[in-house]
Ligand binder design. Structure first.
Ligand code: UT7
Length: 325
């Protein structure tokens, strides 16, 4: 039976040029390169400069993805931007990007699922495409997490960075089998009871301020390995494959120890796990497409490969997506 599949035509990425090393941070708070690297695997992060906003990053990643896909802006009928750090409380950052790309038709909106934002956005885009409402979608994950940091809190400010990644998805007809190119399935979860483990202590409706990110890191870590492992297994089960049949794992880049712990739990060889955490830290909704763009760009992920994307973040939210490249 023929089905509509959301096929990835190209991806792009953008990191601000302002690179901040662990040693740079050790001048601001009581920390060290040794502590940060051993506990997280992070070496450096890119931080947006004053005046550089999320839509600036999103625009550059979006343009790169359109170029890689060979798709003109006139072909895009939907822009979805996953972000938890919009330029303004409203309108959606996606509409800022829409205007700057010169797109004058279709629709643009944001998705807010914090670090799981790209997986949520992919699920939304895939459903729009499979329902026939959109044909070609620009999906962006873009963040300026530096704006949510309490720069006196060493337990959080060393972990996060700024960046953006994007993909272009297009409806193509498949045979309804695992051999089809495109998104095979997406799995989304949330558990609002876990709010207090990871949140921002401000917002327009509560404090009328932006607020700062607050996290109980150890607890988040514990849930991350369990939830991400379950989400990966759910995607494999839904497709009728075993985890060992998957060629590449592209995780949310929060902490190398979470990547290692999840791989160990599921028996995944480290060589199949794409890791870019050393170079940009936790960029929230941008981290999965940044890692994806790196692995596609250097030729590791190739057409026909089975690729598993996953993430977990505040909410809690978490999820996975299985994609035939
Ligand atoms: O995107 C999803 C959301 N985020 C995550 O997935 C993050 C999940 N959590 C983690 O990645 C880890 O829990 C952290 C990296 C945040 C922390 O690692 P940990 O091994 O759980 O360390 P800890 O919180 O137990 O802290 C150990 C020690 C503490 O000192 P005491 O109490 O043992 O004396 C901390 O005060 O390390 C201290 N510490 C630091 N020391 C130097 C905490 N932050 C720092 C720091 N530099 N930046």
């Amino acid at each position: 039976m023929s089905v509509i599949r959301s096929v990835v035509l190209g991806c792009g990425a953008y990191l601000p040029d302002n690179v901040v090393s662990n040693d740079d941070l050790a001048k601001r708070v009581d920390t060290s390169d040794a502590w940060i690297f051993e506990r997280t695997g992070i070496r450096r992060r890119h931080l947006a400069r004053d005046g550089e906003v999320t839509s600036d990053l999103a625009l550059k990643a979006g343009e790169a993805a359109l170029k890689a896909a060979g798709v003109g802006i006139d072909e895009i009928d939907l822009i979805v931007c996953a972000t938890t750090t919009p330029d303004e409380t409203f309108p959606a950052t996606a509409t800022r990007v829409q205007a700057r790309l010169g797109m004058t038709r279709g629709a643009a909106f944001d998705v807010q699922a914090v670090c799981s934002g790209f997986i949520y956005g992919l699920s939304v885009a895939d459903n729009f495409i499979r329902a026939g409402q959109s044909r070609t979608v620009l999906l962006i994950g873009a963040e300026t997490m530096s704006r949510l940091m309490d720069w006196n809190d060493r337990t959080t400010c060393v972990l996060f960075g700024d960046g953006a990644g994007a993909v272009v998805l297009r409806a193509e007809t498949g045979a309804g089998s695992l051999a089809d190119r495109g998104v095979q399935n997406t799995q989304l979860y949330s558990d609002g009871r876990l709010h207090d483990l990871l949140y921002v202590d401000g917002g327009p409706s509560s404090t009328r301020t932006t607020g700062y990110l607050r996290m109980q890191g150890k607890e988040v870590f514990r849930h991350a390995v369990t939830n991400i492992s379950a989400a990966i297994q759910a995607s494999a089960d839904a497709a009728g494959v075993s985890v060992s049949d998957i060629d590449w794992f592209v995780p949310h880049q929060a902490n190398q120890r979470i990547l290692d712990g999840t791989a160990r739990k599921l028996g995944i060889p480290a060589a199949k796990v794409i890791s870019t955490v050393a170079d940009h830290g936790n960029t929230s909704a941008a981290s999965v497409p940044l890692a994806l763009a790196a692995a596609v760009g250097d030729g590791r992920i190739k057409r026909g490969d089975l690729v598993l994307l996953e993430a977990m973040g505040g909410g809690f939210t978490w999820g996975s997506a299985l994609v035939r490249w």
